[in-house]
Design a protein around this ligand. Sequence first.
Ligand SMILES: Nc1nc2c(ncn2[C@@H]2O[C@H](COP(=O)(O)OP(=O)(O)OP(=O)(O)O)[C@@H](O)[C@H]2O)c(=O)[nH]1
Length: 192
Amino acid sequence: MIVLASKSASRRAMLEAAGVAFEAQAANVDERAIEAGMEGARPDQVALALAEAKALAIPADERLVLGSDSLVVVENRRFDKPENREEAAEHLRFFSGKAMQLHSAAALARGGEIVWRHPAVAMLFTRELSEDFITAYLDAEWPAVAGCVGVFRIEAMGVQLFERIEGDQFTVLGMPLLPVLGALRDHGELPS
Ligand SMILES: Nc1nc2c(ncn2[C@@H]2O[C@H](COP(=O)(O)OP(=O)(O)OP(=O)(O)O)[C@@H](O)[C@H]2O)c(=O)[nH]1
């Protein structure tokens, strides 16, 4: 059985639906401190570093530990999860009419060493969002989207934000599940 170093309901749901046996433990990682030390790094490098830090944060003897991280980039600005509803509205106003890169990375650790890592990115094209829409959207989706980078749950009303999406659906949900399953097979955690 692997350890999922995450408090993310979306990541847990992906592994459960895929039939992966796992135990979830939140990883106690200071994400802001790691990001602060990576000024100038590419967003895929930051997401990978955070995924690795989470995977390494759980002492699990010889069990595989899976860490993952997602972040959003719009016009070279990086966005984490909104702190409050006002910030969520600000994020949505900025995203309006723009292309959003959603980086989701994953890493596996065993015995305190990273044994596999994978960055992934999806492109989401946000339509022009009116102030009335933003208010009605947050009336319906706040605080459910407080834990979601990009201020959306694609499987819920978040889909109304976009005109077009390019990329893997799991990357959008927060973890590149297909490469993760391949790595679990390679490490004997899933039948080939
Ligand atoms: N339900 C849902 N969650 C999403 C979606 N897109 C991104 N997320 C979530 O947004 C969160 C991104 O924040 P992270 O810092 O990577 O992860 P976290 O939620 O803090 O959880 P940890 O893995 O414990 O760090 C993750 O939980 C993603 O699963 C989506 O479309 N739907």
